[in-house]
Design a binder for this molecule. Structure first.
Ligand code: TPP
Ligand code: MG
Length: 593
């Protein structure tokens, strides 16, 4: 129960009662939080006041829009494996966080979103800046709380960290009414948790399951590992590498899994799925054993589910029992922490008898259909720009974030991620506007590393205000725009499936013929907006590049610049991301050209 300040003084006992807001912040500190992305407002002023009392322990980064704060918290979480914390006021502040919460849910990112709420006395009355944010977010959080008593604050925050970081990770929302932030009590940070419906009985593979998996591997002739974000979330990359070292089984990585295994290793098949490599898709189609590790058989990977990996026996290892048999029945389902399962497997596994033929087949597929592009093209092709970026940064342990669209897929294809947590993008929700704020959050976590947002012009515009955050908070990230002046991925679908009918996908003035698909290309003078001028307004450095001969030097200038830097790479919009398996189709409908 809430204790009033007066009561406390009369009792004159130690320790002292403190406010709900202070308990929130002290709890964050107790859980090792050193950075919070928070935008204030009437209903969260006490929380911000409390944060100032912890200045020496918690850095507060002020995003310029709450969605940016949510994505920055994710950039922090995705690159560190720690919980990302964001905060907003009630009403519009809270609803601005919703997309980033949903995004964290679909990609299983540990995040805690704290929102101020109107006072408990007026909840439900349409009070000023009231939204029932717990109701709004119910199905896009792993768990959520409306805290109605200051006595609950310490327990709730403790539970929130537990839920966000255990089992399959995910976002937790804590909505704290203003009077609860202001009320005083003596906190007990070790209060027992009350999570009756949350039983994390040991999710560990049993010895029999491991033995069976090993037996299936031993017998396989055409095995493939299909590795996803779960491998990274479980910090199981080393164990995966060890399995591959022992068995020589090739590895396909999902968009969330890129970097789980070195992309430049000869046994990497790169990414499978809609815009995956030909060889990954062929290998999955012909595999006789699929080791599905920390994956969820997303439709962007499977295409037509009944045809996906249909010659294959499937071993599915996942921490979340609800993923097992959800999309694709597994011959050997194993509910387990992936790292634990791999550690145990590596103790007993024996390689398949002879993979020579399988390796030769894959090498032939790789040779026939590598990720390619027209090297003779006069201007700058997006794939070339990514390849150059990779060449110039591969030994820098750089962190690369992206927006959503063609540029995101080209980055996944042409940048060979070698380490986990170096490729950061909104995968499941596919949220444009993710790249810049995520880069800012990553830079806050890793001030000494090179952090580059490879962005689309459309995506960047969705959170371009975060340029101010990068500058003012001294977080010198780089943005490399693949600027096609279009919503390129939608243009690609228009071209392929709607007779190239342009339907609101041109990002320049509507009186330009390109707006209805009748133009003749875009000259540098017609480029809109002038991103370098915009960047300059935010005190960023930057430059345009449209000549192929200047590209390498321009990228190097971006890398070498000490402050935030925007490189506007002007590319044609006519380029398509290939290969492509159209939605719901199979490897037999794979488009190469
Ligand atoms: C918030 C949001 N709105 C709409 C979409 C649908 N969408 C997916 S890709 C895309 C085009 C993105 O354009 P841009 O950022 O310029 O990237 P490009 O495809 O041109 O590389 C759109 C509109 C989305 N993914 N996210
Ligand atoms: Mg674009």
């Amino acid at each position: 129960m809430a204790t009033t300040a007066k009561n406390d003084k009369t009792r004159d006992t130690k320790p002292q009662a403190i406010s709900g807001a202070d308990i929130v912040v002290q709890s964050l500190v107790n859980h090792g939080v050193d950075t919070v992305f928070a935008f204030p407002g009437g209903a969260s002023i006490p929380l911000h006041q409390a944060l100032t009392r912890f200045r020496d322990r918690v850095r507060v980064i002020l995003p310029r829009q709450e969605q940016g704060g949510g994505f920055a918290a994710q950039g922090y979480a995705r690159t560190t494996g720690k919980v990302g914390v964001c905060m907003a006021t009630s009403g519009p502040g809270a609803t601005n966080l919703v997309t980033s919460i949903a995004d964290a849910k679909l990609d299983s990112i540990p995040m805690i979103a704290i929102t101020g709420q109107v006072g408990t006395a007026v909840i439900g009355t349409d009070a000023f800046q009231e939204t029932p944010i717990v109701e709004v977010c119910r199905s896009v959080t792993k768990h959520h709380y409306l805290v109605t008593s200051v006595g609950d604050v310490a327990r709730v925050v403790r539970e929130a960290f537990h839920v966000a970081t255990t089992g399959r990770q995910g976002p937790v929302l804590i909505d704290v009414p203003k009077d609860v932030q202001q009320a005083l009590t003596v906190p007990d940070y070790d209060v027992p948790m009350e999570l009756p419906g949350y039983h994390l009985e040991e999710r560990r593979a049993g010895a029999a399951e491991i033995a069976q998996m090993a037996a299936m591997i031993r017998k396989a002739r055409r095995p493939v590992i299909y590795a996803g974000g779960g491998v990274i979330a479980a910090d199981a990359s080393e164990e995966l590498a060890e399995l591959v070292r022992q068995t020589r089984i090739p590895v396909a990585m999902t968009l969330m899994g890129l970097g789980a295994f070195p992309g430049d290793d000869p046994l990497s098949l790169d990414m499978p799925g809609m815009h995956g490599s030909v060889y990954a898709n062929y290998a999955l189609d012909e595999a006789d054993l699929l080791l599905a590790l920390g994956v969820r058989f997303d439709d962007r990977v499977t295409g037509k589910v009944s045809e996906f990996a249909k010659r294959s026996r499937i071993v599915h290892v996942d921490i979340d029992p609800s993923e097992i048999n959800k999309i694709k029945p597994a011959h050997l389902p194993i509910v387990s922490d992936v790292r634990y399962a791999l550690l145990e497997l590596n103790k007993v596994v024996q390689p398949p008898d002879d993979l020579t033929e399988w390796h030769q087949q894959i090498a032939a597929w790789k040779k026939a259909d590598p990720f390619g592009y027209d090297g003779q093209f006069q201007g700058i092709l997006p794939q070339h720009a990514i390849s150059e970026l990779y060449r110039l940064t591969k030994d820098r342990d750089a962190i690369i974030t992206t927006g959503v669209g063609q540029h995101q897929m080209w980055t996944a294809q042409h940048y060979k991620f070698r380490r986990p947590r170096t490729h950061i993008c909104s995968s499941g929700l596919g949220t444009m506007g993710f790249g810049l704020p995520a880069a800012i959050g990553a830079k806050a976590a890793w001030p000494d590393r090179l952090v580059i947002d490879v962005d689309g012009d459309g995506s960047l515009l969705m959170n371009i205000q975060e340029m101010a955050t990068a500058y003012c908070e001294k977080l010198p990230v780089k943005v490399m725009i693949l600027n096609n002046m279009h919503l390129g991925m939608v243009v690609q679908w228009e071209d392929r499936f709607h007779a190239a009918n342009r339907a609101h996908t041109y990002l320049g003035p509507i009186d330009h013929p390109e707006a209805i698909g009748l133009g003749n290309g875009i000259t540098p003078e017609e480029r809109y907006p002038d991103f370098v001028a915009v960047a300059a307004g935010f005190s960023w450095s930057g430059r345009h590049v449209s000549e192929k001969s200047e590209l390498t030097e321009a990228i190097q200038e971006m890398i070498d610049s000490p402050g935030p830097y925007l490189l506007d790479v002007q590319i044609p919009y006519q380029e398509h991301v290939l290969p492509m398996i159209p939605s719901g189709m199979t490897v037999r409908e794979l488009i190469k050209k």
